[in-house]
Ligand binder design. Sequence first.
Ligand SMILES: Cc1cc2nc3c(=O)[nH]c(=O)nc-3n(C[C@H](O)[C@H](O)[C@H](O)COP(=O)(O)O)c2cc1C
Length: 473
Amino acid sequence: MSDPKAEKPTKQWILNAFTMSTPGHLASGLWRHPRNRSSEYTDIEYWTDLAKVLEAGKFHGLFIADVLGHYGVYGGAGNIDRGLPGAAQFPISDPLQVLPIAAMAAVTKHLSFGITASTTYENPFLLARRFATLDHLTKGRVAWNAVTSHLESAARNVGLETQIPHDERYAMADEFLTATYKLWEGSWRDDAVVKDAEARRYTVPGRVRGVDHVGKYFKTAGPLTTEPSLQRTPFIFQAGTSTAGKAFATKHAECMFLAGMTPQSVRKSVDEIRHLATTHGRPRTSIKLIAGILIIVAETDELARAKYEEYLSYADLEGSLTLFGGWTGTDLSLIDDDDDLQFTGPGAIQSLVSSWTATVPGTKNTKWTKARVAQELAIGGAHARAIGSPTTVADVLQTWITEADIDGFNVSYAVNPGDFEDILRWLLPELRRRGVFWETYLAGTTRENYSADGLGPRLREDHPGAQYKWPAE
Ligand SMILES: Cc1cc2nc3c(=O)[nH]c(=O)nc-3n(C[C@H](O)[C@H](O)[C@H](O)COP(=O)(O)O)c2cc1C
């Protein structure tokens, strides 16, 4: 009989490295910093070296965000120039490329690769084929961040006059995922591929079929041309925050990214997401929830703070305002340099300012000019920050885990891989001492490592894609 007084095992946190295939992901201007290699993002060694660092620390995954256009809000609609000097997520290259992912897979054994791809601009069959190919080459270590895309410039890049309306993009996304589940889960019977040399049969006839998906937005006949991979459906990430976004995410996502500056604000989303999951017939805890955070850690609080200040001296504030424009649709170039945005700024700024004044030391009596706001956004964007010694940072993270009821973190950086190396050196020993971060991976595939439920690499039975599985008879 189990002892009712026995302590529950300590929750094990998820750590994801948050990156993008660009010199200026969430820290415009920092590409110039001598410790930052992000401007080498076009070299395969940049990716393989980063993957090795992350796997040495046993990070769960390397996640690559993506957008399909320039930000084009700050400085007037369509403006290209303001974000260029700081490399504010521009230039950017395609994360869904087999070669760099396969190269990183070749130098690691367990690290997962989360890849962003758009349901608005991709094609379900072609995307299913690319992910299946990568799931093979990585031995089941890919995740798909299924995004609906939010940049006007992306729509124009692919030949549309303007964006498809927000909620309709989510309706398309829902159908897109259904079509890909049919291809991944339903077109090859589990025992279709036998590679039986004596019987001269690679695949058994009758065990591969078309899927004939005909929907409102997409048509695909199938079968998928790629043979079944370990996970079939890649592990699904999502980050929708609107009503339509949350409805979509809580139906399909296996892990969600949450934005928010305070544990209290994120807790509201967490409670809502867990409830919404149950409305789709999924258990409350079936979706792993991870919050974005910038971690700057050093031997002491003073050294960490000094490092952050030194990073800030490289920041390109026009770049931060460019990113802010793209995220919120608000052009701060229209606002006077001297305005106190705490009172006169758009809603998104006022709520950011109130969370900064609540959480960032020494900001209570600040006048929140445009430059000041840009500085707060300059490194790590609109995510929380944990800056300090190993114990300070671990305490901040623990507060988030407890108060926001989340499962882990999407960790951004100012310099790369330097900030991740610092996390390996200073923070991970402290987290392991506290028993909250694993010594090593649980298994080989993404789904097994993130879900940590011992249920194997395939979609869970309560997931909507599971109904398309075609088991051996
Ligand atoms: C941590 C995080 C990472 C995200 N990464 C991307 C990304 O790489 N590409 C993208 O187009 N959108 C990305 N988003 C935006 C979301 O996909 C989504 O559009 C946004 O959260 C707004 O939600 P809504 O579309 O439901 O309004 C990200 C959001 C968060 C919080």
